[in-house]
Design a protein around this ligand. Structure first.
Ligand SMILES: Cc1cc2nc3c(=O)[nH]c(=O)nc-3n(C[C@H](O)[C@H](O)[C@H](O)COP(=O)(O)OP(=O)(O)OC[C@H]3O[C@@H](n4cnc5c(N)ncnc54)[C@H](O)[C@@H]3O)c2cc1C
Length: 295
């Protein structure tokens, strides 16, 4: 049986399941990385992701397609699954073969529970949080360019870069995130100041953006906000409810400042400070900027 994979992580997963892996890429760099892990990569030069999945299923056949956990991949996989009459499972955190079927685990109920599914091929799935990272491979696979039909019903009219300084939490290396522990909107300056010292972006919990409207929605992190994967995520005055945690599990390190030692956030942190944020933030910003200046 074959797997269609769009990342080196997915290629390793396919190998572990004893499947032959074919690669699917959209950029030269993706194709180059994938070719290190599979025998053949299809590099899509034009056309939609859904059309590419359908075409490759019909031309090559695959038992499972393992796609990244992006919104675009989820939409495309769901659409392609409809066209192919295939099964679709989003946000998979574990996949294994069980005879001639697949056994898939995904996090549900805001990551509080694991649901286990059995699915027959063909199956399309997207990967959820916590996927492993895989280095360069040496398979030396062949790269074949393909073009699939454009979707004439939808066409981009223009693509404009976001203005400089706009919030790009998805790309941030460090995020200082604020929650309801802040008493007034003006107090968020404490977090913005620390973020400036650290070269970080500022994120927030849902109440800050959705209820209090102290920050625009582009700062909102979590299940219904942005999923982020920084090197360091510092949650300040955030309790750590499951819906917030769902957005930060791909962070390399999680740290928190919270005055309540029993706050759920402390179950997820690598480092934690139990204290008043109004005391800790100015001190931290001062110490770190002194360090930067070599004082
Ligand atoms: C369908 C659904 C989707 C949701 N999606 C999201 C989402 O995407 N993102 C999200 O964030 N939430 C989401 N929520 C809301 C979520 O359940 C929580 O209500 C929310 O995350 C809580 O935000 P918070 O931690 O800022 O506030 P709180 O839960 O009120 O926590 C405030 C924390 O600040 C601490 N604190 C108070 N004063 C201080 C101080 N002086 N110094 C230090 N610490 C202090 C407190 O101990 C407390 O732990 C969703 C909810 C639902 C139902």
């Amino acid at each position: 049986m074959r797997a269609l994979v769009s990342s080196p992580e997915a290629a390793v997963l396919a190998r572990e399941m004893g499947l032959e892996a074919l690669g699917l890429a959209w950029t030269d760099e993706e194709a180059r990385r994938l070719a290190g892990h599979v025998g053949r990569v299809y590099l899509v030069r034009s056309g939609s992701m859904a059309d590419a999945l359908v075409r490759l299923y019909r031309d090559e056949g695959f038992a499972v397609a393992v796609l990244p956990g992006t919104r675009e991949a989820r939409d495309a996989a769901a659409y392609a699954a409809q066209l192919l009459g295939a099964a679709f499972i989003p946000d998979a955190v574990n996949v294994a073969m069980a005879g001639d079927k697949f056994r898939v685990e995904r996090l549900v109920l805001g990551n509080k529970a694991v649901a286990v599914y059995e699915a027959q091929p063909p199956l399309l799935l997207t990967l959820g949080p916590g996927s492993r990272s895989v280095g360069e491979g040496s398979a030396g696979g062949e790269v074949r360019e393909i073009s699939v039909g454009e979707d004439k019903r939808v066409r981009p009219l223009s693509v404009e870069e976001k203005p400089k300084g706009a919030v790009r939490l998805e790309d941030a290396e460090i995020i200082v995130s604020v929650g309801r522990g802040f008493k007034r909107k003006e107090d968020l300056q404490l977090a913005f100041h620390l973020a400036e010292v650290l070269g970080a972006q500022v994120g927030c919990s849902r109440p800050i953006a959705a209820d209090l409207k102290w920050l625009p929605e582009e700062h909102w992190v979590g299940l219904s906000g942005k999923k982020v994967s920084p090197r360091l995520y510092l949650a300040v005055g955030i309790s750590g409810q499951a819906q917030h945690i769902a957005g930060i599990l791909n962070s390399k390190y999680i740290a928190a400042i919270n005055s309540d030692p029993n706050a759920p956030i402390f179950q997820y942190v690598d480092f934690g400070i139990v204290d008043d944020l109004y005391k800790v933030l100015p001190l931290l910003a001062q110490r770190l900027s002194e360090r930067r200046r070599g004082a």
